[in-house]
Design a binder for this molecule. Structure first.
Ligand code: SF4
Ligand code: SF4
Length: 439
């Protein structure tokens, strides 16, 4: 009885704390400017099935794609077993579903053990690649101690949780065969039977402690895992589906117009007064801080898995420039977290004297070729380029601080209607001596 009460109270606390954290993240995302992304729902659901559920873009790098499926699918399937743990925990029973599923029960648990093994294989290989082989994309400058530690914590936790299943099942089986009270006979399970010889000679009291410890470790581990996720890049396990749904559907290279500029140009062309801004509406050209970005940019930042696939294919990064598209996304999330904490501490209208330019330098922004290789490689469809363009727009239009090379181009466009320093009247000079001009 006391165990059931502790179990229920722990779950209430875990879910309440998780909800509190998720609400904060949701509030932070809503700090962004509104943008209407509701078109073509059919195509969006198709993308969710293909990119988020089917993990299609992960297979751009086949080995890590397959291993990620091991971990992602395996972890979800293994935790179906949680249904039984929940029933047992609340009702104070032991292996409550064994009676319902009969001979299928050991088959199902053996299958879950197989998935647990896949998760272990995936996590161990990931740990080796990160820490021993030191794959370049996991050791870029932005992958400092916390992003590196964060990934390792999750991988090690998953390995521990999966091993706890094997030890729990093996000790449970031995206790069954000894006829210990409470341990009903449900048979052995395929993979955990390999752990039996290791535990066989232990006294029943010790096995009981091992079995109960592994059971609680598994359940408390899941609760801790759930509440760790909002503080980690692993929040992508929830947000990737939503983020993919709200992907950019237009061709990657299509640049959105700025509504404020469109209004001005229309008024210049028609001679009509530009429509008045709504009261309280802030007109900004580009973005210097998170509140001037859209909620989609901010959601992108919480969805980033820090996998580095974007940086790996970025021509600017490959050729030694300072730009790393992953870092930009991480910077937005860091800045957004600070902004959220400021709101918690000082109220919603608090403004500090910092901006995204404290995190991202002009050198990084102007190194981008807008080739979209990063967005193409991103497994959760993050749109780096629109973020970069918003920041650049601010530099050009609000700070008038564009690089010298661009200023020359802007002057040429203004004076000559083209980026080159020739008058429009001279446009066809190149053809003067050609037959085509005489005609
Ligand atoms: S669009 Fe910019 S950031 Fe993205 S890969 Fe190309 S150069 Fe790098
Ligand atoms: S932006 Fe996308 S590709 Fe880049 S690190 Fe994040 S999840 Fe990976």
């Amino acid at each position: 009885m006391i165990n059931s009460i502790i179990f229920i109270l722990l779950w209430i606390a875990a879910i309440a704390f998780f909800t509190w954290n998720v609400k904060k993240i949701s509030r932070n995302i809503k700090l962004g400017k509104d943008v209407d992304i509701k078109d073509n729902k059919k195509k969006r659901w198709g993308l969710v099935m293909k990119v988020a559920v089917g993990q299609s873009k992960m297979f751009g790098l086949p080995i890590s794609g397959i291993l990620h499926v091991f971990v992602y699918a395996g972890f979800i399937l293994v935790n179906i077993e949680m249904l039984e743990v929940m029933v047992d925990g609340v009702a104070g029973t032991h292996r409550a579903l064994a009676d319902i599923f009969g001979f299928l029960y050991p088959i199902a648990i053996s299958a879950f053990e197989f998935f647990a093994l896949l998760v272990i294989i995936g996590c161990v290989v990931f740990l080796i690649r990160r820490n021993i082989l030191r794959l370049d994309r996991f050791w870029k400058p932005e992958m400092k101690w916390w992003p590196r530690l964060d990934a390792n914590i999750i991988l090690i936790t998953e390995v521990v949780l999966m091993f706890s299943i094997f030890f729990m099942n093996a000790s449970d089986y031995i206790l069954q065969t000894r006829g210990v009270e409470h341990y009903k006979e449900v048979g052995s399970f395929f993979l955990s039977s390999f752990f039996v010889p290791m535990l066989q000679n232990l006294p029943s009291e010790t096995l009981h402690i091992i079995e109960r410890t592994c059971w609680w470790l598994h359940i408390v581990g899941i609760m801790v895992f759930l509440n760790y996720i909002p503080y980690s890049k692993h929040f992508h396990v929830f947000l990737s589906f939503v983020n993919v749904f709200y992907s950019k559907l237009a061709p990657a290279g299509k640049v959105d117009n700025m509504p404020s500029i469109t209004k001005e140009v229309k008024s210049m062309l028609t001679g009509e007064e530009p429509p008045m801004e709504e009261e309280g509406e802030e007109v900004s050209f580009g973005a210097s801080d998170v509140k001037q970005l859209t909620w989609k940019h901010l959601m992108d930042s919480y969805t980033c898995t820090e996998c580095g696939r974007c940086t790996r294919v970025c021509p600017a990064n490959i050729t030694g420039k300072k730009l790393s598209p992953r870092k930009l996304i991480m910077d937005v999330r860091d800045r957004l977290e600070v902004t959220g904490k400021n709101i918690d501490k000082h109220g919603k209208d608090y403004v500090d004297d910092k901006s995204l330019f404290e995190y991202i330098t002009n050198e990084e922004l102007w190194a981008c070729t807008t080739c979209n290789a990063c967005t193409n490689a991103c497994p959760v469809n993050i749109d780096h380029v629109s973020l970069i363009l918003e920041l650049r727009r601010y530099i050009v239009m609000e700070q008038a601080a564009s690089p010298g090379e661009l200023n020359a181009i802007f002057n040429n466009i203004e004076n000559n209607g083209a980026p080159w320093q020739f008058s429009q009247d001279d446009r066809m000079l190149w053809a003067d001596e050609l037959y085509i001009n005489e005609k």
